[in-house]
Design a protein around this ligand. Sequence first.
Ligand code: CA
Length: 247
Amino acid sequence: MAGRRIVVVEDEEAIRRGVADALTYSGYEVVEAADGETGLEAARSHDNGLVLLDLALPKMDGLDVLVELRKTHPVLPVIILTARGSEDDRVRGLKLGADDYVVKPFSAKELLARMEAVLRRTPDRPHPVQSITSGGHTIDMARSEVCFAGGTVTALSEMEAEILRHLASGADRVVTREELLSRVWGIQDHNLETRAVDMHITRLRTKLDAGTGAERVEWIQTVRGKGYMLGKDLTIKCRDVHGESAP
Ligand code: CA
């Protein structure tokens, strides 16, 4: 199955084996590489779904692997594995076209959640989130519109729908402004534009609040100093459940 083959490029054997075992257990096919050169070759030579790329690697640095890989595979999903505190590497990795990053030490659960979020974004996959509801209000993700309990229907812009999709696929994880920037806008230069994210969220909240009237629904929660997540009391429905409004 396309997207199920994962290349794990990591020189620390214990980490590589641990990741490989967790992925195999979750039904992925795994190709392992212990240095940058082998990793680049493996990433290029199969029909891979995603690459997990350590940065400090023998023979060829992870960022160099990424640069070379992007020349031939501009959209192959890549998640970089970075050490705590190496924020510069993380930012450089995202600028060079990595889709996301995971900071070591990470849990298998966190890694799988990140991978699934990245894989969901690939164009040939229908997004599994169908609707987000609160009481009688329903955000229909397939139609990009909100059906409020009072009967009003409001269209969402493409950006607004994308923001909600990414927050919903983060499940109960905080989504940072940087992540939203790179995922929704495709902007990798995080220093410049994070305020644009706040402005869009504010506008989206205003639009949602207008439809719920006096009733306060927390659609999007701000997590101070971190980013955003969907409100805790919302119901997220996934594939094959239609976003009909509740009676
Ligand atoms: Ca390493």
